[in-house]
Design a protein around this ligand. Structure first.
Ligand SMILES: [Fe+2]
Length: 251
């Protein structure tokens, strides 16, 4: 796809070699979902991400279109964001911007989900169902793209290795308007790494996310994963691709 057609993010993303990262997938907003339960944890997660060389964090709380009206979700998100902005020591934490992790359901394109795109972009982080691939999923992604002018950013694309066959992935990847996000901890697992490396070799845009939910069971692991990848030639190549894809989304 032509990545220059994506609206630029509102502030520059520094992604030079050894530079800083943008986290495209996080659950740091307090009290929104199964992520940070309170402001203290939310601020600590952001602090940790900053220590791991992340200078920009997209806040992508779960949104389930079949469970909650969009206006209600937007209200809750605004309130949680206001709280986070008032956290003690806010100025020393990474920059943040709003987004959401939206579950792909049948009929998703019937409502206008553009307010959930990553601020300043047409990128919408979408989570596929944790189940086998079905053709309706691709149809819904195409609907979103063509009717709402959204660029689908598929969350943790490596996660579906548990459910999808090679043919399933091929069907999905045949739609060349998609952008992909991988979870940094997955890069330390052999099977996921091999899959994501293959995506890179095939030229698919791939950006990183922590998918951090808390400080203990699912903490930010940007630092650990990037340090592990720096140790091998293929790892460094994949890190460079993540940086390049991030840069391309700036327009
Ligand atoms: Fe997530």
């Amino acid at each position: 796809m032509d990545s220059t057609s994506i609206n630029p993010m509102t502030t520059p993303i520094k992604t030079e070699a050894g530079g800083l990262w943008t986290d495209f997938h996080s659950h740091c907003l307090p009290g929104m979902d199964d992520g940070a339960g309170n402001l203290e944890t939310a601020a600590a997660m952001l602090r940790l991400l900053g220590e791991q060389r992340v200078d920009r964090v997209v806040l992508t709380s779960h949104y389930y279109p079949h469970r909650e009206p969009l206006p209600r979700f937007l209200e809750r998100r605004e309130e949680a964001f206001r709280q986070l902005e008032q956290a003690p020591g806010r100025d020393s934490l990474p920059q943040t911007c709003l987004g959401a992790e939206v579950r792909l359901v049948r009929g998703i394109g019937e409502q206008d989900l553009r307010p959930l795109c990553i601020q300043g972009t047409r990128l919408l982080l979408l989570e596929l169902p944790m189940a086998g691939y079905r053709p309706w999923m691709l149809e819904e992604l195409q609907n979103l793209t063509y009717s709402l002018d959204i660029v689908p950013l598929l969350a943790h694309i490596e996660r579906y290795l548990a459910w999808y066959t090679k043919a399933d992935y091929e069907a999905l990847l045949s739609f060349d308007e998609l952008v992909f996000q991988c979870n940094m901890p997955s890069l330390m697992e052999r099977k996921s790494f091999r899959f994501l490396y293959g995506l890179m070799e095939a030229g698919y845009p791939l950006v990183p996310g922590s998918d951090a939910h808390n400080l203990d069971s699912r903490p930010p692991r940007f630092g650990e994963a990037s340090a592990a990848l720096e140790r091998s030639r293929k790892g460094r190549a994949l890190l460079a691709h993540l940086r390049e894809s991030t840069r391309a989304l700036q327009g």
